[in-house]
Design a protein around this ligand. Structure first.
Ligand SMILES: [Zn+2]
Ligand SMILES: [Zn+2]
Length: 268
């Protein structure tokens, strides 16, 4: 009964020679969910041996380039691979226009498979999807454009406590967030800046590593993964050191790493 989160990238607005844009694959009991899809996401999937055919739900946090520009390439490849199964795209309003624009002006035929756009829009915590493996909720983040985080709650399994994963990027810190993801087992949270550049974090509505760690602490998270790192820093260990002062069980969500949420048996 595995539950894993695999990092496809950990860069923010500018990629570096080592880091692709932030995107992840969440695998819950064999079912894969793609979280964000910046440019290069399909290359990361290939490098990690994750089949495009395994992806049937994509969850987009917001429509900034570093989170969506991989969608057209991925859809194009799925078409070339003669995909037939529908692709469900959960995203704030507007992504459907970007995808339709491409098909209108590229001279290409419509894709070989249906694309089902599910507009994510709402206040506080609201449901966006339900399947055998998990219930998925969304909640608004604070980033200047409509941006949503996602909370995946595993469906109960016999003798095990259901596990949960939250995905929060991009966002400035705000007080309600910790309550919305209270007790989450694994929290992915953006940490674009270090505390020495707090002014930039405030200006561009992002977080520092320290602020992400404070949210994890307030939420009582089991583990914190940091990502969405600014290209201005040459070394990422500084993020880890800053966050660990507040929240010791922190790791960096760098390319190719997979994090497991262990199963917890209910004692009888
Ligand atoms: Zn971003
Ligand atoms: Zn953004």
């Amino acid at each position: 009964m595995p539950l894993t989160l695999t990092s496809l990238g950990c860069a923010s607005a500018l990629p570096t020679k080592d880091n692709y844009f932030t995107a992840h694959v969440l695998n819950i009991r064999g079912r894969s969910f793609l979280l964000d899809c910046g440019e290069g996401t399909q290359l990361s999937l290939r490098q990690l041996g994750i089949s495009l055919g395994a992806i049937d739900h994509v969850f987009i946090t917001h429509l900034h380039a570093d989170h969506v520009f991989g969608m057209l390439g991925m859809i194009s490849s799925m078409h070339l691979l003669k995909r037939k199964d529908p692709l469900y795209v959960h995203a704030p309003r507007g992504l459907e226009k970007l995808i339709a624009f491409y098909f209108d002006f590229s001279g290409k035929q419509d894709p070989s498979f249906p694309i089902i756009h599910e507009v994510v829009e709402g206040r506080e915590v609201f449901p966006v999807m339900d399947c055998d493996e998990a219930a998925v909720m969304a909640f608004p983040l604070s980033h200047g454009v409509p941006t949503y985080g996602y909370l995946f709650r595993e469906k109960p399994v016999r003798r095990s406590e259901p596990r949960s994963v939250a995905y929060c990027t991009d966002t400035a810190p705000f007080p309600e967030l910790a309550g919305w993801i209270k007790g989450v087992d694994l929290l992915f949270h953006e940490a674009t800046y270090l505390e020495k550049d707090l002014e930039s974090a405030i200006k561009f509505k992002h977080c520092t590593a320290r602020q992400a760690a404070q949210t994890a602490l307030q939420a009582g998270a089991g583990k914190l993964l940091l990502g969405h790192f600014s290209s201005r820093y040459k070394e990422t260990p500084a993020y880890l050191a800053e966050a660990k002062e507040i929240f010791p069980n922190t790791e960096l969500s760098t390319e190719g790493r997979t994090f497991s949420v262990p199963r917890r048996l209910i004692s009888t």
